[in-house]
Design a protein around this ligand. Structure first.
Ligand code: UD1
Ligand code: CA
Length: 451
């Protein structure tokens, strides 16, 4: 199959008005990746060759976003929305270059499976001229019905054009279709718009091809492969299916999820074996977690790396650029941004660490804060290996705490501390014998006098 050339035509010119959004429908995200990105990834996994993106509404935004997940995709504008057949024809310049396979998918059908895409292409390589992705449903309303004659697919009838009998068919058109490259242009050119909607239906090529004596068949895909997203409720339903699948995959790969239904992954989350993830953990994009890590309950991570044996949370927040190295500990109510926490370092409680390096085996006491921002620029804090910073310390960056140094609790550190030094950055305490009692007596007397 791999020696056959393929062009994937992805239809994404739908207005998506039911999303009620300024964002084009296909750019709404599932697991942090645009729906269109899910489709192009599945196509890549299926080795589905070059990509032609047919866009209408929000064309510029869509092609700009596509550069991130489908670099090299060609964009074609369908300026008038005259139907799926018309939309495929918008990519005629690419199609006419001559490919063995033309694979048509929809940009708003994000859960299309690798198996379905492979099945469509396998159909062509086994000699069919047109292969349609069908699926079975007890609620076929709104879908085109597949009309078969034995093994051959002879027509797809859109709901509005169905007879009562046809409407009872539960084998439906999932939207994706593979068409032999040598026939595709003549088939597209034969599509008319004599139907209930007055549109050029791609689905009409089934009858056209059958009339020409070509071989047309349907494959059966899972329901999710055909799941089209039209509103935010359907988007959430697709998200939920995606998450459920990923949780299962992660567990089967050797990760413990204590309460899987409460953990949310991104499309690119990587988790190592024997890592334990407690309840209510959210992974934004760009997180890599090593082996034997514990991510404790209620933590939020994005664009962060956690290496083997480290421990994070409960209630931790790792923001972009957080690197938690082997065996380091980031405890409760700790926020880390753009900072490297080196092996064995500990930040156990109530800290903000941003734009910093916390050296190996250093310890930041409860409430230690890096003051990294002066309202204009960000400044760096360097805590060298083995340093010990007492509780409730403000490290006013730029600042360096030398290796092995001690910083007294409650310090506001504005000058760098040499290695092995002991720094006090707070007012000296004085105790006055008996003055506490005298003050109390005076206040009590005053109150008594006032009555
Ligand atoms: C289509 C199929 C139907 C199938 C269903 C599966 C046709 C005629 N009907 O119906 O058999 O059961 O999908 O979900 O193909 N698009 C364009 N330009 C257009 C029209 C559509 O780019 O002019 C894109 C849309 O953005 C969408 C896709 O094509 O991604 C499908 O269009 P839609 O209008 O949703 O088709 P359905 O009526 O759902
Ligand atoms: Ca649809």
């Amino acid at each position: 199959m791999s020696e056959r050339t393929c062009l994937s035509v992805i239809l994404a010119a739908g207005e998506g008005t039911r999303m009620k959004s300024a964002t084009p429908k296909v750019l709404h995200k599932i697991a942090g990746l645009e729906m269109l990105g899910h489709v192009t990834r599945a196509l890549d996994a299926a080795g589905a060759g070059d990509k032609a993106l047919v866009v209408g509404h929000g064309a510029e935004a869509v092609s700009r976003a596509a550069e991130a997940f489908a670099p090299g995709a060609e964009t074609f504008i369908q300026s008038e929305r005259l139907g799926t057949g018309h939309a495929v024809s918008a990519a005629r310049a690419a199609i006419a270059r001559g490919y063995d396979d033309i694979l048509v998918t929809f940009g708003d059908t994000p859960l299309i499976s690798l198996e379905a895409l492979q099945g469509l292409r396998a159909g062509l390589s086994e000699g069919a001229d047109v292969v349609v992705m069908g699926f079975r449903t007890e609620r076929p309303t709104g879908y085109g019905r597949l009309i078969e004659n034995g093994k051959a697919l002879i027509a797809i009838r859109e709901e509005k054009d169905c007879t009562d009998e046809e409407r009872r068919i539960t084998f439906c058109n999932g939207g994706a279709m593979a068409i032999g490259g040598s026939r595709v242009l003549e088939l597209l050119d034969s599509i008319g718009n004599d139907n209930a909607k007055g549109e050029y239906y791609l689905t009409d090529i089934v009858e056209i091809a059958t009339a020409k004596g070509l071989k047309v068949r349907a494959i059966e895909a899972d329901y999710e492969s055909a799941l089209g997203i039209n509103n935010r409720a359907e988007l959430a339903a697709a998200e939920s299916i995606w998450q459920q699948r990923r949780r299962n995959a992660v567990m089967l790969d050797g990760v413990t999820l204590v309460a899987p239904e409460t953990v949310y992954f991104s499309h690119d989350t990587v988790i190592g074996r024997d890592t334990v993830i407690e309840p209510n953990v959210f992974f934004g994009p760009g997180v890599t977690v090593g082996e034997n890590v514990t991510i404790r309950a209620n933590s939020h991570l994005e664009e962060a790396r956690v290496d083997a044996g480290a421990s994070v949370g409960p209630f931790a927040r790792l923001r972009p650029g957080a690197e938690i190295m082997d065996g380091a500990k980031v405890g409760n109510f700790v926020e880390i941004k753009k900072a490297r926490v080196e092996p064995g370092a500990k930040i156990p409680h109530l800290s903000y660490v941003g734009d910093a390096r916390i050296g190996a085996n250093a310890n930041l006491g409860a409430g230690t804060i890096t003051c990294n921002y002066d309202g204009f620029s960000k400044h760096f804090t360097d805590v060298e290996p083995g340093a010990f910073v007492g509780s409730n310390t403000s490290l006013v960056a730029p600042i360096r705490i030398g290796a092995g140094a001690y910083v007294a609790s409650g310090s506001v550190v504005t000058e760098s501390v040499p290695a092995d030094a002991l720094a006090f950055g707070r007012a000296r305490q004085s105790n006055r014998e008996g003055l506490g009692k005298r003050l109390r007596d005076r206040l009590a007397a005053l109150k008594a006098k006032r009555g």
